[in-house]
Design a protein around this ligand. Structure first.
Ligand code: COA
Length: 328
């Protein structure tokens, strides 16, 4: 590192946090390891550090496939029963974090559900979480084209993923069985009905991660809850309880955890007896007005995120996540 950079780094590095302040310590270490270097050097440092941390973690854990799972999907359980197609995120040991493979499988499952004989489609999670959002390991598989290519490819994947929700032709129901984070929350603005257990929470920590909102939430959230309440979530990382999310219109109804599954599925089975075409056409009428705008919002959000993913703010935050993990 040139000596002027070294000097600058000494001048701007904040005081070292105490040993028990794990979060700030991880950030401090991340800052120290990047220092005040050029953007290219910082990116190379990021690649090196992420590679070493990921290597130290060992091979990814293989999730056992429960019996009865669909042969066609590795990360989802997809079933059709009683006129309901259920897409269940199935990486419970990773809190259903969405890997690249899972993004692609959800796109495929939605395409199949949109064309099958079911009346409604349900998205839910296995285990105690609904979903912990984007799997941060997606940022560690750096292809030959470097971080820029990774960001561009991730952007295209996200664009297609959100598009599959915007274009989904039938009523889409969220059965939120536990906490929800990131993109799994932002997408809820594109669902017809969202039922949540009282145990669920709703968290979009984008600025904490140096990122920006997706899933069309920059449009749907202010529309649904007003600009100030949307800003609390999308800018200032406010985590909502299920009841607060219901008051803000993000959730339709909250159920006690003990009766959640029974009450919700009884209701859904009744909905699924309604005439299929009438439901689909009514949904399309309600959503059609906004469709073009939603596609434009999706494109803008993706463009901005691709830039964010290449920023020092975002790379520091991701390194902090892995450094904190490595220390446990
Ligand atoms: N990306 C990658 N791995 C994730 C993940 C994510 N989004 N969410 C959970 N995991 C992994 C954890 O690293 C852990 O892996 P390990 O068993 O190999 O250590 C495992 O899933 C279980 O999670 P853990 O952190 O032990 O559970 P917890 O109940 O203490 O905390 C979360 C759960 C979701 C609050 C926490 O894992 C977290 O903050 N994850 C990151 C969420 C995030 O920032 N998502 C992106 C939003 S834009």
């Amino acid at each position: 590192m040139p000596s002027s950079n070294r000097l600058l780094r000494v001048l701007v590095t904040p005081p070292k946090p105490g040993m028990l302040d794990f979060v700030n310590k991880a950030k401090w270490d991340a800052w120290k390891s990047i220092g005040n270097v050029s953007q290219d050097e910082a990116k190379q440092d990021y690649v090196n550090l992420i590679s070493s941390l990921v290597a130290a973690e060992g091979p990814a854990q293989v999730v056992a496939k429960p019996t009865g799972s669909s042969a066609a999907f590795e990360t989802l359980l997809v079933t059709t029963e009683d006129n309901i197609t259920t897409i269940r995120l199935n990486r419970p040991t990773k809190k259903n974090a969405i890997t690249v493979e899972m993004y692609n499988e959800i796109i495929k499952a939605l395409e199949l559900a949109g064309n099958d004989d079911s009346v409604i489609t349900v998205l839910t999670g296995s285990g105690d979480f609904y979903c912990s959002g984007n799997d941060l390991n997606n940022f560690t598989k750096i292809p030959e084209g470097g971080i820029e290519k990774l960001a561009r490819d991730s952007g295209e994947l996200l664009r297609g993923f959100v598009k599959a929700f915007i274009d989904f032709p039938k009523p889409l129901i969220g059965v939120i069985n536990g906490p929800a984070v990131g993109v799994s929350v932002t997408l809820l603005g594109l669902f017809e009905v969202v039922y949540a257990t009282e145990r669920a929470t709703f968290h979009t920590p984008f600025s904490q991660l140096g990122q920006s909102p997706e899933g069309c939430s920059s449009y749907t959230f202010p529309k649904m809850m007003g600009a100030a309440k949307a800003s609390e979530m999308l800018l200032f990382n406010k985590k909502l309880t299920a009841t607060e999310a219901c008051q803000r219109g993000l959730v339709t109804e909250v159920f006690p955890d003990s009766s959640f599954q029974t009450e919700v599925w009884t209701r859904l089975k009744a909905y699924a007896q309604l005439p299929r075409n009438s439901l689909a056409l009514s949904k399309q009428l309600m959503r059609g007005v906004d469709k073009e705008r939603l596609h434009a919002v999706n494109n803008q959000e993706v463009e901005q995120l691709v830039e964010r993913w290449l920023s020092d703010e975002c790379m520091n935050a991701i390194m902090s996540f892995f450094q904190a993990k490595a220390r446990l």
